[in-house]
Design a binder for this molecule. Structure first.
Ligand code: F6R
Length: 243
């Protein structure tokens, strides 16, 4: 694994956006795996800037998002569909037909997940997967103790994840309790993976995931096994990481 430690959140966002920009320039029909959450917002801002300055063209790009809450309609401001359109898709020239996200309103989990896995396969697999990292080490919504062999599935969110995400809802009772997520198998099948981590509050998680053993109780630790994995983090997140 390659580790890049930078001064702060802004620099992390820039470094990540530049990795994406390079990938898109070299392969204009790149299949991107994308994440939501607070961490990639700065990177998305940069990508929009690059597009507006004529540096990037998304017209042939396909995207697959990692996850989506169950039960939220697309136009709900808390849905990941809304987040992605608000932060990225509405501001670039990606084709709406090329944007893939789980349908949070689909009650048939088997159908939703099988179709998603098939769509990824049909697109030729994910070229570059962007990841954030949960405080409990989750990647996408693969919570601690999820089997590494799982592909897309529906999950019950853990109390710690519900609590971490409640800041974005009016109150904790409104945070959905289940979500659709790519599995660790989908993530590990990506040709290239870039994880972004920022802040002191993730320092212990980074240490456990990347200085410790590969264990399902810290899902992000599995990334140590990927042959093209880059961890981009700021100094605060790296403060407990031992090189
Ligand atoms: C989001 C996702 C999650 C987040 C993680 C970190 O699509 O898959 O795993 O990456 O919860 O979230 P933030 O960036 O808000 O700390």
């Amino acid at each position: 694994m390659k580790v890049i430690i930078v001064e702060d959140y802004d620099k992390m966002s820039e470094v990540a956006a530049d990795i994406l920009a390079k990938q898109i320039t070299e392969k204009p029909n790149t299949v991107l795996g994308l994440a939501t959450g607070s961490t990639p917002i700065g990177m998305y801002k940069k990508l929009v800037e690059y597009y507006q300055n004529g540096k990037l063209n998304f017209s042939e790009i396909k995207s697959f998002n990692l996850d989506e809450y169950c039960g939220l309609p697309k136009d709900n401001v808390q849905s990941y569909w809304y987040f992605m359109h608000d932060n990225l898709f509405n501001h670039i020239n990606i084709k709406s037909d090329n944007v893939n996200m789980f349908d949070g309103e689909e009650n048939d989990a088997k159908k939703a997940c099988e179709e998603y896995d098939m769509a990824i396969e049909k697109a030729g697999g994910i070229d570059l997967q962007i990841l954030g990292c949960g405080h409990n080490g989750h990647i996408a919504f693969n919570e601690p103790s999820t089997e590494f062999s799982k592909s897309s599935h529906r999950v019950e969110l853990q109390e710690s994840t519900i609590n971490a995400n409640k800041r974005l809802f009016a109150d904790v009772s409104q945070v959905p309790k289940t979500s659709y997520t790519m599995g660790i198998k989908n993530i590990m099948n990506a040709k290239k993976i870039v994880m972004l981590v920022s802040g002191e509050d993730k320092a212990l998680t980074v240490h456990q995931a990347f200085n410790g053993p590969i264990v399902s109780t810290v899902p992000a630790s599995v990334l140590q096994l990927h042959n093209d994995f880059t961890l981009v983090m700021d100094k605060a997140a790296a403060s407990k990481y031992v090189k």
